[in-house]
Design a protein around this ligand. Structure first.
Ligand code: COA
Length: 311
């Protein structure tokens, strides 16, 4: 089967840092409560005039530079996002324009909440296998700050803004996306959704589903890849909450020192979270070429999925 290679990645976060201490003056919460329940210390918050597509473009440019490609070399743009204020057209269309693309490549959004990036990689894998596209740009970008009720301490403390981008290129011997699995269960839409543009959540129920589904799908995708935990260098779980990440890792038998975790720094950036955390870890010298990553995600829908990627 035809495959692909990950040839570029990049991330972008806005300038403004909002710490847990900053939130103490805005709502009835404490740094101690937030950090002990979630592992979050701070989050980045976009400027009012900074859009989902702006952040996506900055992350994409870094990924394209690393791949040594121009925007017009890309023949398909897939964007994972749920937080754009525009109902249509797709955020990916705005990204196309911001990148200065003129080649009429298809550009569309995947709306699978925090699992969006894994859904996008699953689609890309199928395109490569079918020989349809040669260079696919996948971007997760979220401005969650505009989806939050800043008086609701149950949700406002959990999320942040940012973007992460991957460039995959077709390769006969390539194994960039070795395996991927995606799932959903629409009977739990009421656990996590946005109403009139604001996030609503039953945190405790979401927590249980997140641990169960992320660990199960992680093991499932390993089986479809014909691999075992020992074959994986890094577990890259959706960065929602360090306790969820640690419990899922433990259930899978994965040691915590092999878990990529930057939720303390970026909080939950939904569809951007995995690619952002990965690109940041690579920049810190953690993840290295040739290594295998198990990326597991979970989110509203409910949706969940996992992919084994080689870097
Ligand atoms: N600061 C202080 N208190 C808060 C608070 C905050 N920011 N947010 C909620 N509380 C209060 C609640 O009002 C509740 O009070 P009550 O018992 O008087 O009603 C209490 O803290 C809940 O505490 P606890 O049961 O210890 O919380 P928890 O351990 O379940 O943690 C979450 C709460 C939200 C952190 C946790 O359930 C969680 O992370 N869930 C998953 C959320 C998530 O990641 N969603 C995105 C998935 S993609």
């Amino acid at each position: 089967m035809k495959g692909s290679k990950l040839t570029g990645y990049g991330y972008y976060v806005p300038e403004k840092v909002v710490s847990n201490f900053d939130l103490e003056s805005k709502m009835d919460t404490t740094d101690e409560w937030i950090f002990s329940r979630t592992g979050i210390k701070q989050r980045y918050i976009a400027r009012d005039d900074e859009t989902v597509a702006d952040m996506a473009a900055l992350a994409s440019k870094r990924a394209l530079d690393m791949a040594g490609l121009n925007p017009n070399d890309i023949d398909c743009v897939i964007m994972a996002t749920i937080s754009d204020r525009k109902d249509f057209p797709a955020s990916a269309n705005y990204l196309y324009a911001k990148l200065g693309m003129t080649n009429n490549a298809p550009a569309f959004d995947v709306k699978a909440a925090c699992t969006g990036f894994v859904y996008a990689m699953h689609i890309a894998r199928a395109y490569f296998a079918a020989g349809i596209y040669k260079r696919i740009l996948i971007v997760g970008s979220e401005k969650m700050s505009q989806m939050l009720d800043w008086t609701d301490r149950n949700t406002a403390v959990l999320f942040g803004d940012g973007a992460g981008a991957f460039v995959f290129e077709a390769s006969e011997e390539g194994d960039g996306i070795i395996a991927s699995e995606i799932f959903s269960d629409g009977s739990f839409t009421d656990l996590l959704y946005a109403d009139s543009g604001l996030v609503k959540m039953d945190g405790r129920e979401v927590y249980k589903h997140a641990v169960r589904n992320m660990s199960a799908v992680g093991l499932q995708v390993l089986e479809s890849a014909g691999m075992r935990i020992e074959d994986i260098d890094w577990l890259l779980p959706h960065q929602a909450n360090i306790r969820i990440m640690a419990s899922a890792a433990e259930k899978m038998g994965f040691p915590m020192d092999k878990v990529i975790a930057s939720v303390d720094r970026f909080a939950n950036t939904s569809g951007a979270s995995g690619a952002l955390a990965f690109a940041y870890a690579a920049q810190q010298g953690l993840a290295k070429p040739g290594q295998r990553i198990l990326y597991t995600a979970f989110g509203a829908g409910l949706t969940w999925g996992a992919a084994v990627i080689k870097i």
